[in-house]
Design a protein around this ligand. Structure first.
Ligand SMILES: Cc1cc2nc3c(=O)[nH]c(=O)nc-3n(C[C@H](O)[C@H](O)[C@H](O)COP(=O)(O)O)c2cc1C
Length: 220
């Protein structure tokens, strides 16, 4: 992956898309990554392209969205919220690397219009809008590192980097209700039980690993 920091800093939610199909070689790269994620995490992520119904792409606006014709349908076991977050963000940053824009979407899509395969023990958790944005979006307001961690002046540099990376992560309604506590080389990641809190935590943990370096710590 291209420098992960560059990708994490450049990613912002984008809700307005131009009508430009995603090139076949980019779709191939995304499909390969989806296959890997589904094998590794036992998820059932599916990619939809040139499919206007979920976001009513032919209408001028649907909720806050305009022109979205591509999306990942994030399907998986009913209790897999954290894995959906973690692996979904992996796909989001790959999309960013391919020059595409994204937005996690829990609510503002037409759930019944998604022709998705869902097995008995699974559900469609969320979708992730995908495509060429009209703009690159804007950075979100962020909490301070001290509000979401036990960072002190003596903490190792990798811990600060992990927390800073987590603060770049998307969260539902930008709530950033996660926290990271360092004890020795163990990091405990926690979330308040809120709207999509566990999914946000999975997303934030993926960022934390990219920022901190997986070799420096273990999850508690
Ligand atoms: C799990 C999850 C669900 C989200 N659901 C929606 C949604 O339904 N509609 C929407 O417009 N944005 C949604 N978002 C996008 C957030 O509002 C956005 O990530 C947050 O405001 C931070 O902005 P950024 O992604 O540009 O950094 C969702 C984000 C996450 C992580």
């Amino acid at each position: 992956m291209e420098n992960a920091w560059t990708l994490m800093r450049a990613r912002h939610s984008v809700r307005n898309y131009v009508n430009r199909p995603i090139e076949e070689e980019k779709l191939a790269a995304l499909r390969e990554a989806i296959d890997e994620v589904n094998r590794e995490a036992l998820l059932h992520v599916q990619l939809f392209t040139e499919e206007p119904e979920a976001f009513n792409a032919n209408a001028p606006h649907y909720g806050q969205f305009r022109g979205c014709r591509n999306y990942f349908a994030m399907v998986g076991p009913k209790e897999a919220d954290e894995a959906i977050g973690y692996y979904g963000e992996k796909l989001v940053l790959l999309a960013q690397e391919l020059g595409l824009n994204t937005c996690w979407v829990a609510l503002t899509f037409r759930r019944n219009a998604v022709a998705v395969e869902i097995a008995a023990d699974e559900k469609l958790h969320v979708v992730i809008a995908l495509g060429y944005g009209e703009t690159q979006g804007v950075p979100h307001k962020s909490k301070d590192v001290s509000a979401v961690s036990n960072l002190t002046a003596d903490s190792p540099a990798w811990f600060r980097a992990g927390v800073e990376a987590a603060l770049l992560a998307p969260t539902a309604i930008n709530q950033q209700k996660f926290s990271f506590t360092l004890n020795g080389r163990r990091v405990r990641a926690r979330t308040k039980l809120t709207f999509y809190g566990r999914m946000d935590l999975g997303i934030a943990k993926y960022h934390f690993e990219l920022g901190a370096g997986k070799e420096n710590f273990d999850w508690a």
